[in-house]
Design a protein. Sequence first.
Lengths: 116, 116
Amino acid sequence: GAGVSQSPSNKVTEKGKDVELRCDPISGHTALYWYRQRLGQGLEFLIYFQGNSAPDKSGLPSDRFSAERTGESVSTLTIQRTQQEDSAVYLCASSLVGGDNDYGYTFGSGTRLTVV
Amino acid sequence: AQSVTQLGSHVSVSEGALVLLRCNYSSSVPPYLFWYVQYPNQGLQLLLKYTTGATLVKGINGFEAEFKKSETSFHLTKPSAHMSDAAEYFCAVRVNYGGSQGNLIFGKGTKLSVKP
């Protein structure tokens, strides 16, 4: 597609429920990234995919968080047993990576998650 | 380990005045550096980037940044602020994994206000 697409754009869920967030990267982008942005805070790195493997999962805050990616396509971020502190905007980005070239990230508009 | 420090969480300037947003980085290898802008209720947009070559890089909307290795800095400037520049600005450095490229580490952001 023309840009990085994230769905849903807004999600309100009850504490303890599981949620699944989806990211459709730009076609052909090999790398995909998930970040979290809490209200008034900077961007917190969660996980990075190169193809469908995840070289860096160091940012996942707990074992309630998991992510997967199918090939060089869609990724889903799953949060189990949501807590109120999970409330944030979850941002996805993709990039084309190759050699010494760096094309920067293209970000999606994010999913605003509210846990009540 | 790589990191980014943005000095000043909030900067206020008058319309027409110089904009200077400060960013210092820490990296054990030559860094790739980026500035992103986030307008209210929108996703992040790449302003400019430094990878190799010329240390003064020009970006969109009249912004530029200079990579100074001796000062480990990558400050963002614009000669004359416009009201439309009011946004949050994020500096970022790319993590390298043994020569391959990985995720961006973001600073905490600087919110720019422009007074009429």
